[in-house]
Design a protein around this ligand. Structure first.
Ligand SMILES: [Fe+2]
Ligand SMILES: [Fe+2]
Length: 237
């Protein structure tokens, strides 16, 4: 994909320009709303998986902390997160999670929060890290480590039950992936404005998600097929 495209570093960015601040407030809104939803999802999972209650409550608390820390990153730049668009963009994914939760579909819940949202978070923070302002950079780096731990929890849970959950993983992935990619598509211009490369982000996301599916037991060809079908349904402009 865009592996060869030159990566700008944060010294070339004017963090105080109106264009940067406007775009950042929407991106920051998505980050804050995404983290708050992740907090909620882990708390719901803690109720559904009582044997892992403490672990899941701890992961949820980490997400809550991430939301607070990223609000702080915006405050440091004199920006408030614009959550209007973010709430609209995340609504279908959250509704799908709630539907799975309501139907006691634990694999479905773990695919949405544990694989897709976590891969999305890792990919987005990886792509943002080199262009982050000096205040946000160490926060983003430490959040990245946390998200990797969350991804690992879901992988382990799904891997231990691969035979019984494979059909659900495929079905929920095919519903949730296009929603996730359309969130990215809606933010592409704002990402470019703050120095991120949305095409690169989708490439990192696809790689991570493919790796996650293989870690839980998918053959690489099947994993790739799932991702390609979703990606071709939501072309990035
Ligand atoms: Fe998080
Ligand atoms: Fe997370």
């Amino acid at each position: 994909m865009s592996k060869a495209s030159p990566q700008i570093d944060n010294k070339q960015i004017d963090f105080s320009s109106d264009a940067y601040r406007n775009a950042y407030s929407r991106i920051n809104g998505v980050v804050v709303v995404g983290e708050a939803l992740a907090d909620r999802h882990f708390r719901l999972l803690a109720k559904s998986i009582p044997e892992d209650r403490d672990v899941l409550l701890r992961l949820g608390a980490m997400e809550g902390r991430h939301a607070v820390e990223f609000v702080g990153c915006g405050r440091n730049l004199g920006i408030k997160p614009d959550t209007t668009l973010a709430k609209k963009l995340f609504a279908p994914l959250h509704e799908l999670f709630l539907k799975c939760d309501h139907n006691n579909d634990l694999p479905g819940c773990l695919v949405i929060q544990g694989l897709i949202v976590e891969c999305f978070a890792v990919a987005a923070y990886k792509e943002y890290l080199p262009v982050a302002d000096p205040y946000a950079k160490p926060i983003t780096a430490s959040v990245l480590d946390d998200e990797a731990e969350h991804l690992e929890y879901a992988e382990c849970w799904l891997k231990a039950r691969f035979q019984e959950v494979e059909a659900t993983v495929s079905c929920v992935s095919s519903q949730a992936l296009p929603i996730t990619l359309s969130i990215l598509q809606n933010l592409a211009n704002d990402m470019r404005t703050i120095g991120m490369n949305p095409v690169e982000l989708v490439a990192i996301f696809s790689e991570l998600f493919q790796e996650a599916l293989e870690n839980i037991g998918y053959e690489s060809r099947l994993a790739r097929g799932l991702i390609i079908r979703a990606a071709t349904s939501v072309p990035l402009n």
